[in-house]
Every structure is written in structure tokens, then in C-alpha cells.
Design a protein around this ligand. Structure first.
Ligand code: NAD
Length: 246
């Protein structure tokens, strides 16, 4: 049976990619498309708004009445708390890709996971998940004299810095070793997402890097997460669970 999905932040860039990915995947279908209460396109067909084919679902400020349970997919900037409230009240699962969440919203996600299944991921890329594991392994094996430089570059409209992914790399390293870590953020042009992690000693350097070539990879990973979480019991999950690394 196809999984109903409500896209939260549906008028945004990632919202558009998610709509396109949902259309191509028969395991899921769009149940509603939500954006902020003052969005100028409220009431317009969300597909036509994005220059895609007509989808038959208008952009709403709140989801309409739902007959079955599904997954809220949140890619809003500033709407995660409302998405969570709605998911809790309606007993839907929630997958959030929003980054730079304020501490109170992060705490709210953790509390909500006692009642519904919640998955929050700063990066839905499968490649990044693999790289997180490799970097964690390097951090646990390399002597403390190896210092770390993390550098991330994104398009000039990205507001949070460092990126959620850079923070995830830093946390993985801190979890395995005590060493000096410096993080740099660049915001330029249309760069979708670049991360490099360098382990540097006085005598040698090991570097890892990842480049996102298309936003499609995030939408694809997000829909994999939606499919994975659709039958899960309450709890806080991550992309590690989705790709079987945990
Ligand atoms: P965007 O600015 O294009 O879209 C955000 C949308 O959220 C906008 O349409 C905006 O109107 C809407 N919004 C604002 N307040 C809202 C509210 N209260 N309720 C509902 N909608 C609301 O941004 P984007 O490039 O699509 O990125 C969205 C988020 O996803 C960012 O936090 C970004 O860093 C993150 N992101 C995550 C991944 C990942 O893999 N996890 C990948 C890319 C982007």
C-alpha cells in the first residue's frame, strides 16, 4: 500500500525535489503540501507553482483532514516545530531534513520520539553516511597529534553555519578522540554542498571529501527514509538506521 506523505516546506527548493521524487515512486504518494501561513502561493496547485505538471494538490498552510496515517516530510526553514505538533496530534511519523534547528526544537524532536517515530538527518546522502563512518574510524585509529580541519561550502542562501553535516562530522570525531578540530564555512554562488575533512600531522595528511552534484540525492535519500520509517515504532532514528549501519 502506498504511503501518504505530507511535504512541509513544499514551496521551497527541497520541497520541489521531494514532490518530483514522490511522483516517480509508487511506494509513496503526496497527501498534502504545506508551507508558511503568509506564502503568496497558498491555494495554488503546488506542481504548477514549481513549474511542474499539475499535481491536483493546492499549497496549504495546514494539512487537510487525513483518513490514513503516514509520514510528514519536513524540509521547512522555521516550520519544524509546527510539523512536529501536527504529526503528534495526528499520530503520523516524521522525517525532518531541516538543519540549523534551535536547541528547543531539537529537544522537542527528542521528546516527540517517545510518542511517534522521528528521524532527523542533516544530510540524506548515502555517500555522506558512509563518509561519517570512515571519518569516525579514522578518528578512533589515528594518534591525537593528527589535527582536523573540516571545511564546508554551500550556496549563498544557506543561513545556518557550520552546516548540520559539518557538525555531524565534528561530533563523530569528538565521540572517538580528543584532538584539535577547526571548522570553516564558505557561502558562495550555487554550490549544493561540499565537505572536506583533513587529518593533518606534522609529517602527513589524510583527507576525505564529498561533493553533492544534485539536490536529487537528498530528496532520494529522504524518500528512502520515509519508506523505512513508515512501519517503525516510536523512537528517534537516523540515516544510519536506514542504510543499516546501526
Ligand atoms: P528553502 O528556503 O528553499 O525552503 C524552505 C521552505 O520552508 C520555504 O518554502 C518557506 O516558505 C518554508 N517555510 C518557512 N516557514 C514555514 C513554516 N512555518 N511552515 C511551513 N513552511 C515554512 O530551503 P531549502 O533549500 O529547500 O532547504 C530547506 C531546509 O533543508 C534547510 O534547513 C536546508 O539546510 C535543509 N537541507 C537539508 C538537506 C538534507 O539532506 N537533510 C539537504 C538540503 C537542504
Amino acid at each position: 500500500m502506498s504511503i501518504p506523505v505530507i511535504v512541509w516546506g513544499a514551496a521551497g527548493r527541497m520541497g520541489k525535489r521531494c514532490l518530483e521524487t514522490i511522483r516517480k515512486d509508487s511506494a509513496v504518494h503526496l497527501a498534502d503540501a504545506v508551507d508558511r501561513t503568509d506564502h503568496p502561493a497558498l491555494g495554488s496547485d503546488v506542481g504548477l507553482f514549481h513549474g511542474l505538471e499539475k499535481i491536483g494538490i493546492p499549497l496549504h498552510a495546514n494539512p487537510g483532514q487525513q483518513t490514513e496515517s503516514g509520514v510528514v516530510l519536513d524540509f521547512s526553514v522555521g516550520g519544524t516545530s509546527q510539523a512536529l505538533d501536527w504529526a503528534l496530534s495526528n499520530n503520523w511519523r516524521l522525517v525532518s531534513g531541516a538543519t540549523g534547528l534551535p536547541e528547543p526544537v531539537q529537544q522537542k524532536l527528542i521528546r516527540a520520539a517517545e510518542t511517534i517515530a522521528v528521524l532527523s538527518a542533516p544530510n540524506f546522502s548515502i555517500g555522506i553516511q558512509l563518509l561519517l563512518s570512515l571519518v569516525e574510524q579514522a578518528a578512533s585509529l589515528l594518534p591525537g597529534e593528527f589535527e582536523v580541519a573540516i571545511c564546508e561550502t554551500h550556496h549563498n542562501r544557506k543561513v545556518d553555519r557550520p552546516s548540520g553535516t559539518a557538525n555531524a562530522f565534528r561530533n563523530r570525531i569528538i565521540g572517538k578522540s580528543r584532538r584539535k578540530i577547526d571548522v570553516a564555512s564558505l557561502r558562495v554562488g550555487e554550490v549544493i554542498g561540499e565537505h572536506s575533512i583533513r587529518f593533518v600531522s606534522h609529517a602527513e595528511e589524510i583527507s576525505f571529501s564529498h561533493t553533492a552534484n544534485s539536490r536529487d540525492l537528498f530528496a532520494y535519500g529522504a524518500i528512502q527514509a520515509v519508506r523505512w520509517i513508515s512501519d517503525k515504532v516510536p523512537g528517534l532514528y537516523s540515516m544510519k538506521n536506514v542504510i543499516g549501519l546501526e
